[in-house]
Design a protein around this ligand. Structure first.
Ligand SMILES: Cc1ncc(COP(=O)(O)O)c(C=O)c1O
Length: 440
């Protein structure tokens, strides 16, 4: 019998190009035909899918948005209270001022704040401010920063098969629809490759508006890298924009740049800031942020009240508990336990990235197929599993134990399938997609 989730997703694919609004939530990214596309309820680290199955989420936790867990009671109660008092009006909500003060207290180097509702648009604001400030066009970029023209411009006129952004989280992003006029306005460099940024600075003296990067994503900075970036920005008089949309709050209370002693000119937050409610913030030094007054940056829903109310409640709770420490412990247990299991079975399972943003991959020519089989079989045990684990405050050791117990039953079958050479036959809906592609 076809599930309610699967049949709704079939309808979605006819009505919604690409099926979903976010590539990372496409069922095909996990296990085509098997992954439950839709949820009815989400609480803590569990979701109930459209067919009523209760599932433990050991995957992307709302793609890193719900750091405190789904439907956190303190955040939800602040949001409900704002809604009951009216979340939109002709006047502005006072929470946005309180939130600015709270963010600046955590980041004393910054003096002003602007808001948006999603990470990608907040990054577009940051880049606009930087370009307006320096009256320059070119930005040097490292890592993924959203879907907007300023960023995808990096893949215009690229001769690399994966595009110039192929080493930056999402390979193969087509810049179709991005005007040719933006060619050579966004120039990528790789994390920990200071020489690549040096070359950009050398080739474009007096033209670099900004250097845009995550303070870290998967790797620790090598000694001198972040210091070197800051120095190059000073020399080139370019604005240093750090993207904390994923790293922020997970590795350190506030931005991960605080952990490394990096002083940016602008930092951008999103995702976990609202713990599941849309809110993003661009914070920065006054002399740079003031440029937001000379360029037109304005939107109706940037003034609604739910986002700031959610963010204030989230920040209050994040201050009272050690989330980065907790994530390290919980992810450490998962990595240790799963790694031991795999090793005993002769499976080459590799973990990478910071524990708080754990990536897991099979080192095997059939890696994607093995990953798909793992996901499919874990679903049968009531567990959402993907190629990474975004832990949350709601995850406890008992959840990791449940995950490991189920893995202890699933991994032997995977090892057997590798030995028999019949992995593909065991995956009913085919192998998961590894990147962006057309669905219909
Ligand atoms: C580092 C980084 N920047 C920007 C974005 C885009 O944020 P959003 O999906 O909220 O537009 C993401 C999303 O994954 C991200 O990880």
């Amino acid at each position: 019998m076809i599930s309610a989730s699967q049949s709704l997703y079939e309808r979605a694919k006819r009505l919604i190009p690409g099926g979903t609004q976010l590539l990372s939530k496409r069922p095909e990214i996990f296990a085509p035909g098997c992954w439950p596309a839709y949820y009815r309820e989400a609480q803590g680290c569990e979701v109930i899918d459209l067919d009523g199955n209760r599932l433990l989420d050991m995957s992307i936790m709302g793609i890193g948005t719900c750091l405190l867990g789904y439907n956190d009671p303190d955040v939800s109660s602040a949001v409900i209270s704002r809604i009951q008092s009216g979340s939109m009006s002709s006047l502005n909500n006072p929470e946005e001022v309180e939130l600015a003060e709270a963010l600046l207290e955590i980041h004393p180097w910054a003096e002003q704040v602007r808001y948006a509702r999603t990470g990608g648009e907040a990054m577009a604001i940051a880049v606009r401010i930087a370009r307006a400030h320096g009256k320059r066009n070119i930005v040097a970029i490292c890592g993924y920063h959203g879907w907007h023209d300023w960023y995808l411009a990096a893949n215009l006129s690229s001769t690399d098969s994966g595009g110039r952004l192929q080493d930056h989280l999402l390979p193969g992003l087509e810049p179709l629809g991005v005007p040719d006029g933006l060619i050579k306005t966004a120039l990528p460099f790789r994390y920990n490759h200071l020489d690549e940024l040096e070359a950009i600075v050398r080739q474009h003296p007096d033209q670099l508006a900004a250097v845009v990067m995550e303070p870290t994503r998967h790797d620790e900075p090598v000694p001198g890298f972040l210091e070197g970036v800051r120095k190059l920005c000073n020399q080139a008089e370019a604005v240093l924009v750090v993207d904390e949309i994923t790293a922020g709050w997970r590795l350190h209370h506030g931005g991960a740049h605080l952990k490394y002693g990096l002083q940016p000119d602008i930092a951008v937050f999103g995702k976990a800031l609202g713990n599941g409610h849309p809110i993003a913030a661009v914070i920065g030094k006054r002399e740079v942020m003031e440029a937001a007054q000379s360029s037109f940056i304005s939107s109706s829903y940037w003034t609604e009240g739910v986002g700031p109310a959610a963010a204030l409640a989230t920040l209050t709770k994040l201050k009272s508990v050690d989330v980065p420490g907790h994530l390290k412990t919980i992810s450490g247990s998962l990595r240790g336990g799963l790694g031991d299991l795999a090793k005993r079975l002769g499976l080459n399972l590799r973990f990478s990235g910071h524990p708080a943003i754990t990536v897991l991959s099979f080192e095997d020519p059939q890696a994607s197929a093995l990953q798909t089989l793992f996901t499919v079989r874990m679903l049968a045990h009531g567990i959402l599993t993907g190629s990474g684990f975004y832990g949350s405050w709601a995850h406890r050791e008992e959840h990791v134990d449940r995950f490991l117990e189920a893995s202890g039953k699933v991994l032997p079958e995977i090892a057997q399938a590798v030995e028999n050479g019949d992995v593909l036959e065991r995956i009913p809906g085919g192998v998961k997609h590894s990147g962006f592609s057309r669905l219909t």
